[in-house]
Design a binder for this molecule. Structure first.
Ligand SMILES: NC(=O)c1ccc[n+]([C@@H]2O[C@H](COP(=O)([O-])OP(=O)(O)OC[C@H]3O[C@@H](n4cnc5c(N)ncnc54)[C@H](OP(=O)(O)O)[C@@H]3O)[C@@H](O)[C@H]2O)c1
Length: 232
């Protein structure tokens, strides 16, 4: 059995990814801040016969992130890391709170880069392995009223592309999975999420894309996957 780590595993999307990775036979560890949501997600995996644990990690706390990464490095074979942590801000650029933007960039991009640096040695040691970032429709396209989110997800796409080039010859698949609106978290607060949540992607759809990357033959890598709700 190999290990998988889902950062942002307390979200509904992260929890669904955890269930998919556990069903593929991986021992899943979920990181996030909310102990109740983390416990619930891990318990759902165990109830289905999988193996899961969780750890409270605020990724903005670099000391805590470093300690958690050290534990991973000291542990058994790491086969997959999924970065699903993210913050959303719904505000026009001239109205947004500077502190909110600071937090958003820190979680969505800077912490993602720091975690990448800290965890890549374990993924390289565990190769063949997979590093997957949860992007967004905003990874390649701008939208009004959330400039910081758009910029952070564009940045995450650049991070994924650059990291891929650095590790492709050493057995680590690196992928950006970029979903449109999902019936979870911020997606449910969107106008479409309020009016027609059943038409959005489901967390399981994002998890299926993660499963596709993880199980893809090691001679290739799905470097970027766009997902959209079928009905607009
Ligand atoms: N919902 C959508 O329509 C949609 C579409 C495309 C992409 N995405 C992406 O999917 C991911 C999940 O988003 P969501 O919409 O489902 O929102 P959500 O339920 O609010 O999930 C956000 C996740 O990020 C974690 N997180 C935030 N700040 C953190 C921090 N400082 N330290 C550790 N973890 C932190 C949260 O953990 P805690 O709750 O434990 O703090 C939670 O697990 C995000 O990356 C988002 O950009 C969402």
């Amino acid at each position: 059995m190999t290990d998988a780590l889902v950062i942002g595993g307390s979200s509904r999307i992260g929890a669904a990814i955890g269930r998919t990775l556990a069903a593929l036979g991986q021992h899943v560890t979920l990181w996030g801040r909310d102990p109740g949501r983390l416990d619930l997600a891990a318990e759902q995996i165990r109830a289905a016969g999988g193996r899961a644990g969780s750890r409270v990690v605020d990724v903005r706390d670099r000391a805590a992130l470093g300690e958690a990464a050290e534990q991973v490095l000291a542990g058994s074979r790491l086969a997959a890391v999924v970065w699903a942590a993210g913050l959303f801000d719904w505000a026009d650029a001239d109205q947004a709170e500077p502190d909110t933007w600071d937090q958003l960039f820190d979680v969505n991009l800077v912490a993602a880069a720091t975690a990448t640096r800290l965890l890549l040695p374990a993924l390289l040691a565990g190769a063949p392995s997979s590093l997957i970032y949860l992007g967004s429709g905003a990874s390649r396209q701008a939208f009004a009223h959330n400039a910081a989110y758009v910029a952070s997800k564009h940045g995450l796409a650049g991070l994924a592309g650059g990291v891929w080039l650095d590790v492709r010859d050493r057995g680590v698949k690196v992928s950006l999975i970029a979903p449109g609106l999902v019936a979870a978290g911020a997606g449910l607060r969107s106008p479409q999420g309020q009016s027609n949540p059943e038409q959005l992607l489901q967390p399981e759809d994002v998890a299926a894309a993660v499963g596709f990357v993880v199980t893809f033959p090691d001679r290739g890598c799905p470097t970027e996957i766009r997902l959209e709700p079928q009905r607009g």
